[in-house]
Design a protein around this ligand. Structure first.
Ligand SMILES: [Ca+2]
Length: 192
């Protein structure tokens, strides 16, 4: 028997539907404990010389409640710093870093001098070099990504007793980078 049977073969290719859910959300990581509600958690501190200057975290007197107090009774520096991720690096985005500060003379009988210096990734600028007793907001705009913020009270030598209060530190990535923010040449230019 010569049976010639042709069995058409149908290849049913079943469509495979791949549902790919991309978790492509922007990283909105913020500064850790920028309200200082958890004291010094997330922050690094230094004081030089340590017998004259200090960084403490009082629970009353901030805006509101807890805050960071950099203070000293003589020449030296007291520093508060944190490294954080402000969104994903690259792209047309900008990271806005803000915080509130005060700078006040604790020994008004002595006309000493002090200032608050701010450094972002090592680029330093003087934020304020005179008494600023009311809460004031500082704003810096840099490209998104990893950054290190350093806030330093610098007291000049002499009978100088100064304090700097810091509260509500935030870093948020959003928006579009303008030409000014792309330039690393001038941190001063980024201060608004
Ligand atoms: Ca607070």
């Amino acid at each position: 028997m010569n049976i010639r049977s042709r069995f058409p073969v149908w290849y049913w290719v079943l469509p495979v539907i791949l549902s790919v859910v991309l978790m492509a959300g922007t990283a909105f990581a913020d500064v850790i404990n920028g309200s200082f509600d958890d004291g010094g958690t997330g922050w690094s501190t230094s004081a030089d010389p340590s017998d004259l200057l200090a960084v403490t975290f009082p629970t009353v007197g901030g805006d509101p409640d807890s805050y960071a107090l950099l203070s000293g009774n003589g020449g030296g520096t007291a520093r508060l710093s944190q490294s954080f991720l402000c969104g994903d690096p690259g792209g047309d985005t900008e990271c806005t870093i803000t915080f509130q500060y005060k700078l006040f003379d604790l020994l008004l009988s002595e006309p000493g001098t002090a200032r608050i210096a701010v450094a972002i990734d090592g680029f330093q600028t003087v934020l304020v070099d005179h008494s600023q007793p009311n809460w004031t907001t500082a704003t810096f705009v840099v490209p998104c990504g990893q950054h290190t913020l350093e806030i330093t009270l610098v007291i000049d030598p002499g009978d100088n007793s100064w304090g700097a209060s810091i509260d509500n530190v935030h870093a948020l990535c959003a928006g579009t980078v303008d030409d000014q923010a792309r330039s690393w040449g001038g941190v001063k230019g980024m201060y608004r």
